[in-house]
Design a binder for this molecule. Structure first.
Ligand code: XMP
Length: 511
């Protein structure tokens, strides 16, 4: 299969470049900028993209690739720092902008040379997204300037002979109006890509590879009902059928109807599905505990214990399947982040294992691709398009002590909120939305009587990466409907709050 190599210079949009390339149906991988040249040759790239980065190319420690990368006869596209780097390594000059007028941050009107293959068919002028303090003061031999903005006469450079291209702006971000077409031109006109990367092909290839890898061994998968583990389960099930065992630990902290939905989907498949009803166990251990971190720790430990017990009960397995996805893999290459992510990703599975190997069939896919693959594998849409749901479940949405009574109230209120959001038009599309049960009880009046009941908090946020998030500006009518329904339909609730805090300073979840 044709592959694009993305060399990572530490830019903030690196993953986005990879996603765009994949969306354009060309397979790509992100590797560190100092990937050895032999490894690059072995990778056999159809084209190479240098990402942006925070550095300045003229500083002594600035990250650089092996210069032999320019002798491979392979097209190169440098983006922002990557553009400056290529220019400098090939004899051009990069200078720090002395006055503010030469720096560009944000939306910038840019004029393109339509004869440059990178800009064919995109019109002569449109908005691009710039973010640079350095600029290309001398274009290297063999190149010509192929785009300009008011502040920058070298917003893009082009060497059609060697097929080297550089853009000072970021074609991968949405703010660059014709960015997708520019990347499309690089991939299809310049590199000669064929449209090969589809989830149907991925499915066929991966099933074959999994059969070879696992042979006649047996695999065990911890199924949470989330998108990643569900898609991994469906893929493995297609590959090795009954030699896969999925253990679904129902900790009693799932949303309304959720555990049954997971069971309904997976018990129909040709795999060994085990639903462990561990509700009692979890609630007993959580009784009387109200500290958030203690709650999380108890749930994590208990989960591992149940999973290990079940693994022993079925006589073990050769392989453990994990739903690791590509952003985790990329992050893992970046040192510090690795610890946090892998911990998060493993989701409390035992660290020591007797397994012969770990199988991570989704490790090259982005979340959107995992969802597409799920559709390809005929998983129901409700499962495939699920919003994130935390491992500790409703326990971190019941503030304070978790009891069965509180869980029951929360489940009903949350189902109403989710139902109403689901019914709202396409303009209401939060990234995550749910109800939480506050630990607050207050006085109300219902009918002619006094009530002293709980307050429900509604949370709805818009975010791309969940590291930061903005509360959603939900329509008043929608909030009104949800509030009336919750108070009328859920016993034990007499007040509804809407959370208008963003992250930071709040977090998405309450605990
Ligand atoms: P916070 O509350 O940290 O949440 O702003 C950010 C995102 O992470 C999810 N989340 C978790 N997911 N296990 C998970 O698998 C967890 O322990 C966990 N805690 C928070 C949260 O739902 C949001 O999408």
């Amino acid at each position: 299969m044709q592959k694009i190599l993305i060399l990572d210079f530490g830019g903030q949009y690196d993953q986005l470049i990879a996603r765009r390339v994949r969306e354009l149906r060309v397979y790509c991988e992100v590797h560190p900028h100092d990937m050895p040249i032999e490894a690059i040759r072995a990778f056999d790239p159809l084209g190479i993209i240098f990402t942006g980065g925070p550095g300045s190319v003229y500083l002594p420690d600035s990250p650089k690739p092996d210069p032999a990368v320019f002798s491979l006869g392979v097209p190169v596209l440098g983006i922002c720092y990557g553009c400056q780097l290529m220019a400098q390594m090939l004899g051009g000059e990069v200078t720090a902008a002395q006055d503010a007028s030469a720096r560009e941050y944000g939306r910038t009107v840019t004029r393109f040379d339509p004869t440059c293959p990178l800009f064919r068919g995109i019109g002569e002028k449109s908005v691009t997204w710039m973010s640079h303090g350095d600029y290309l003061s001398k274009v290297p031999a063999g190149f010509y300037p192929a785009a300009r903005s008011a502040a920058c006469p070298t917003a893009a450079i082009c060497d059609g002979e060697r097929r080297f291209y550089g853009v000072q702006f970021h074609p991968e971000v949405d703010h660059t109006e014709r960015g997708r077409e520019i990347l499309h031109n690089f991939l299809y006109r310049i590199c000669g890509a064929r449209s090969e990367w589809t989830m149907a092909d991925f499915r066929t290839r991966t099933v074959k590879a999994l059969r070879e890898e696992i042979g006649d061994g047996r695999a065990l998968l911890a199924l949470s009902g989330g998108v990643d583990s569900s898609v991994a389960a469906a893929l493995l099930s297609e590959s090795i059928g009954e030699r896969l065992t999925c253990v679904f630990v129902d900790h009693g902290l799932m949303r309304k109807g959720e555990a049954d939905e997971v069971e309904a989907v997976f018990s129909k498949r040709r795999l060994n599905f085990i639903r462990v009803d561990a509700k009692e166990r979890f609630l007993t251990r959580l009784a009387g505990v109200s500290d958030p971190e203690t709650k999380r720790k108890i749930i994590g430990e208990e989960f591992v214990r149940v999973f290990e017990e079940e693994a022993r009960r079925i006589g073990g397995a050769d392989f453990l399947v994990q739903g690791t996805i590509y952003p985790d893999v990329i992050e893992s290459g970046k040192g510090e982040a690795a610890v946090i992510k892998s911990h998060h990703n493993v989701g409390g599975l035992p660290e020591h294992t007797d397994f012969r190997g770990i199988v991570e069939p989704l490790r090259l896919l982005f979340k959107d691709e995992v969802r597409q693959l799920g559709r390809e594998l005929s998983l129901p849409e409700a499962l495939v398009s699920r919003q994130p749901f935390p491992g500790p479940g409703l326990a971190i949405r019941v503030i304070g002590e978790v009891t069965e009574e509180k869980l029951a109230i929360l489940r009903e209120a949350d189902a109403i909120f989710r139902e109403e959001i689901g019914r709202a038009g396409p303009e209401v599309k939060p990234s995550q939305y749910f109800a939480a049960l506050t630990n607050v009880r207050s006085v109300g009046v219902m009918g002619d009587g006094r009530s002293y009941d709980y307050a429900i908090a509604l949370r709805s946020v818009k975010t791309g990466d969940f590291m930061t998030a903005e509360f959603s500006r939900l329509p008043w009518e929608l909030l009104d409907r949800v509030s009336v329904r919750i108070v009328n339909e859920v016993r034990g609730v007499n007040r509804v709050f809407y959370d208008i805090t963003s992250k930071p300073p709040a977090t998405v979840e309450y605990e």
